[in-house]
Ligand binder design. Sequence first.
Ligand code: ZN
Length: 236
Amino acid sequence: MADQNLEALLILQDADLRRKGMENRLALLPKEMDAIIARRDKLNASTAAAAEALKKEELAVKQAEAEIARLTSESQKLQQQSALVKKNNEYQAMLAQIADNKRKIGEIEEELLIKFDRVEELKSNAEKIRRANALELRNARTEFEELLEFSKTVKAEIAKSIADRPALTAKIPDELLNTYQRLLKNKDNSAPLTKLDNGCCGNCHMRVTMQTANELSKGSIEHCDNCQHLLYADPE
Ligand SMILES: [Zn+2]
């Protein structure tokens, strides 16, 4: 004849351990969510960096084009002025300046060709990165929302478990319940009530004394002589 409290205690323990498991899972969620947020920030930063590199090169193109325009306009002015100059050395100096500007413009135009290629390259690169990151961002957002939803579900289940608990403890005597609850608070998440396994405690695996084994075989709930966990034996 099994202890009349055994079944009630096993049902209570089942609910309590399930709830403890959910609470442990819930405790891990903030870290997981923070990791997703960090991933999102990294993706946004990578998209922004690619766009920034393109912007920088486009600005360099604009600056080079502005410099060409400046040199061209300067040369045109020199050309006009040279027609009015009387002294030969001044005239020669102007022609030299015009020639120098032409050389500079040639150099800048060569650099511009490279810059145009670079802009095209950076543009396609930025677009590729933006698309890939957008996809990753969507995945991250979905994961985040799923965790949020999961967290709500788990919280609701925990609340329900807590609300249902008084009904499960109602018929268990105070002394037994107090012992059980003290063991439940163990940080190692062990089950307060464990089954005798081949004459050994299911928690610490030490062999119980003959006397304890004898009491257990009568169907009562006993303490392990070693770890003090609650023990019961399967009715044979
Ligand atoms: Zn034990």
